[in-house]
Write a protein that binds this ligand. Sequence first.
Ligand code: NAD
Length: 297
Amino acid sequence: MSAALIDGRAAADALRRQLAIHADFFRASTGRPAGLATVLVGEDPASAVYVRSKIKATEEAGMHGVHRPLPADTSEAELLALVVELNRDPGIDGILVQLPLPAQIDAARVIDSIDPGKDVDGFHVVNSGRLAIGDPTALVPCTPLGCLHLLKEQLGSLSGAEAVVIGRSNIVGKPMAALLLGESCTVTIAHSRTRDLAEVCRRADILVAAVGRPEMVRGDWIKPGATVIDVGINRVPGAEPGKSRIVGDVAFAEAREMAGAITPVPGGVGPMTIAMLLRNTLVAAHRRAGLALPKGL
Ligand code: NAD
């Protein structure tokens, strides 16, 4: 059997087209575009690429993107002052501080300083708490939200499914598990101390790998017909000397022979993350403006 490919690019494009319609509606209703502020401290090349694509996607969706770059030697106090300014700015609905931050800045303190209503990354403890208690007003981290969207498109109802999430980070693993629990899955969170990981994975109808280890999940760890979501982004040496390529946490070719459906890397979860950032910004904008959320947002 060869698994169906879950096309994250196509799903993200469709979602972004829909979000552009909601963004137009928001602008027409309020007289201003929804606004997303991105903050980048320093010049880490990977972070700069991520932020550039977030700004581009924001503008393409008909929203207002404000970019606030800061030098690498910015102090924590200076960054906190900028967050306070953005919290107060009525034209800004979402604030994204690109991680990682330089060593002199405590990332947790910065995240805690963001207005939870503008926390479009969903990392603030208020939003994590809301997600944990199943409060639908939580702003949820973009990557797991994107994974859930793909799963629901593929499977419809997830109720009663055995779900295994590998990874327990606050950014992916834990919120992913909370979302799956919210969909009435039976959820197991596996991690670096899990005994017999392969056996745990073999019982999963839904397997989400968010580890950061290239091709760790082998084909014989997959229950036949399972749906596999590969969050991992790992750079490995390419076929030609000096070249590299990106692989996921799942050994794709092997897993494809066992799974019912699987996300490729690249082109699976990755594109969904930015689409969900736009979605969270629009949700935050509607709430701040006191507008009901349109259907499908
Ligand atoms: P992290 O390093 O914070 O967490 C990794 C988790 O994997 C940990 O909880 C750890 O317990 C677990 N782990 C490590 N080794 C393990 C092992 N041998 N067996 C089982 N579990 C093990 O990473 P993260 O931020 O959660 O990201 C995970 C992966 O997802 C990375 O490859 C990252 O690049 C990728 N990622 C992708 C996107 C996207 O947009 N597609 C977004 C965020 C993260």
